[in-house]
Structures are given as C-alpha cells and as structure tokens.
Design a protein around this ligand. Sequence first.
Ligand code: ADP
Ligand code: ASP
Ligand code: MG
Length: 395
Amino acid sequence: MDLIVAKFGGTSVGNGERIKKAAESIVKEYLKGNQIVVVVSAVNKTTDDLISLTNDAIAYNLTDKQHAEIVGMGERISVRLFAAALESLGVKSQFIDPYSELWPIITDSSYLEAKVDYEKTNEKVNNLRDLLNHGIVPVICGFLGKCNDQITTLGRGGSDITAFLIGECLNANEVVIVTDVDGILSTDPRKISEAKLLESITVDEMKTLATHGAQVLHPHALDFKNPNISAKIINFENGDLSSDGTYITGPKDYKSIDLFENPVASITIVGKDLLKKVGIVSTLTNILLDNGINLFKMNPHHNSITVFIDSADANKAYSLYHDHVIKNKDLSSISRGKDTAMYSITDSEINELTLANLLTKNNIDAILINYTKTEILLFVDWELKDKVSKLLDID
Ligand code: ADP
Ligand code: ASP
Ligand code: MG
C-alpha cells in the first residue's frame, strides 16, 4: 500500500467535468488499495478574479489579512466540490480548509507570502493519518496556511508547496503534481511549441528553472522534497495518477557550499567600450575552446574583461590572449591577477546580504561575487581560502 499526495492545479479542476475526471483518477488509485491525500487549487483563474475584484472594490485600503481571507476563497470552494465529487463516486472523503479543526498547515503572519512553521505543521499533519487509516480521502486547500486562527497564503502558485510539504510530513511514497502539460519540457511550450518533454529532472535543476521564471512549479515547493519521496509532474488529460510524466529526482547529497580544489587564475584583458563591440567576448571564449581550456566565469565590462580559469591552464591562456591583444585594435593590454579560491554557494540560508555582511565584518575583500537567485559564485584571494572556508563553515 502506497501513500500518495496528488495535487490538482487550476486547469485540472477547471470545470465540473474536469473535477469529475480528477476525482475518478483518485478513485482508481484508491481501489488499488493506496492511501491518497488530495491537494487542490482554485478552479481555473478564480484567484486572479478574486484579486482583481478586490482591487477594483477596495484598492489601497485593504489589509493583507483581509486580502488573504478573500483570495483564499477559491481553494475553499474547490475542496468542497472535490470532496463531494469523491463521495458521489462512493469514496469517503473529508474536505479540510483552514477553519477546520484538522487543518495542518501553520505559518507565520506574513499573510500574503507566509512562511511555513515546519515543526507545528509536522505535528498537525498527524490529524490526516487518522482519516487515512479509516479509509477516508482528505481533500486539502492548496496555497493556504493558518496563523492565529487567520488565513494566510503561501504566495501565488503555492499549492505546489502544500503538496510537497504534506508529502514530506506524512513521509509519503509519492507526490504527483497534475497539471496542463505532459511534464517538464525543455522550455515553456506556450513560448516554443517544439519544446521537448524531459523524462526526469533533478531537484536542483527544477528549483533553478522555477526560480528563474518557469511557472510549472513553485520555486519553494522542492524545499520539502526528500530523496525517498518519488515525485512526478503529469498531464491531467491522462486521467491516471500512475501515468508517466517527468520525474523529479533527488536531492542528492550535495554540498551546498563547494570550494573548487585548485587555485583559479584571473586574467584581465583591457580595452575601450568593449560592451559595444560585437564579437569581443565570443572571440575570447573561442580561443579557450580551440585550446581545450575550460572557462569558469567571464566578467565583461566596458573597459575590461576578466576570465577565470584553472591555474593549470593560466600560462597557456595568458600567452594566447596576449597574441590576440596585440593584433586587435580594440584591446590594449592584459594582466594576470593573483590566484583565487572559487566557492559555489547554493545554501538557501546565505544570500547577497548575509554574505556581504560576513565578508565585511571579517575584512575580506572579494575579487568577485556573482549573485543569481539560486547560486552565488565567490572568488577571493587563494591565500584567504582557509579563513573564508572557516567562516563559511566548510572543512
Ligand atoms: P497549475 O495551474 O497546474 O499549477 P501552472 O499554470 O501553474 O499550472 O503551470 C503549468 C504551466 O507552466 C504550463 O501550462 C506551461 O505553460 C508553464 N511552463 C513554464 N515553463 C515550463 C516548462 N519548462 N515545462 C512545462 N511547463 C512550463
Ligand atoms: N490558486 C493559487 C494561485 O492561482 C495557488 C495555486 O494555484 O497554486 O496562485
Ligand atoms: Mg501552478
């Protein structure tokens, strides 16, 4: 017997027929002897409609608390519809919304982007076990939380968080995200129709994709994914929770702060108005490519371009670049800086601000810090490696 958490997005409960088809797919799984928790989003674009209604009616004088209470209505309707659909198919079901005694998801009081209180939620999720053990299918509002008896929301697209959070707390065998595409594709199929379906994707890749805009999964949903829980994204049209889509694998046991083992050389090429000239950057990367040299990072500015490469390749690259510089009228000169230590940081506890504070407090001048929403690359003098590693708490 497996325990499955199945989440249906807005289009998957988009009208009466769809709700019925979704409920049938649950019944099919239930009759195989599995335990199932259903998480549902608001019907279709209900959340958008509620937001725009609210904005038109009240505009600026709305508190976040009132706002959360209103936008939460979408999910509160769908759980009732879904549970009734299940009962109509002969399966016992219980809808659970934030005002229910059994409601499990507890958050802080940031009403519109609330943070989950994992400890409290983990405890409350036990309420669901009793239902499951009595053969009842709980149907839970996605997207919503509760703080001091008030509704909070986890932010737009937050039902994905609900599904993985409940999956983790219940130690489920599988989390199935049911949506309106076949799974994760090489890009948004609404933007490029030739997008190709991926059989699987790692947690890290999926988080990065989501953080950089792919709507298909909330970027924080996978914070609650553990490696023992199977997870997949499937198309609603299949009408079958056992169908294939894209599997999300991991997370593997990776270090969230990684120090590259060798010194990394930095070579700076100087010139004028370089960003306005076509081909400068590509020629520099091609020189490395033609000579089998791996490029870690290139930092182009108006008057200089710095490249970071393994110090073992530095002499060769330096001389190749020098040959190029003396032949190129846009470039004037080249210099090699001190070797650096390169850290890749994907630890969600460390962000731009905390890293900058840590370095400033300890009088460490970074050579380069490159922030993205999912990873920070930090370069410091190689001589500072031990000090910085200690500060970052890595051995
Ligand atoms: P749901 O309502 O089921 O949560 P969403 O609209 O939030 O569905 O997410 C599904 C949508 O995500 C798809 O319809 C698709 O347009 C979009 N999307 C963006 N990037 C991708 C991608 N790489 N793979 C699949 N879908 C993507
Ligand atoms: N209904 C909410 C939204 O539209 C949450 C979700 O769909 O995940 O953002
Ligand atoms: Mg979504």
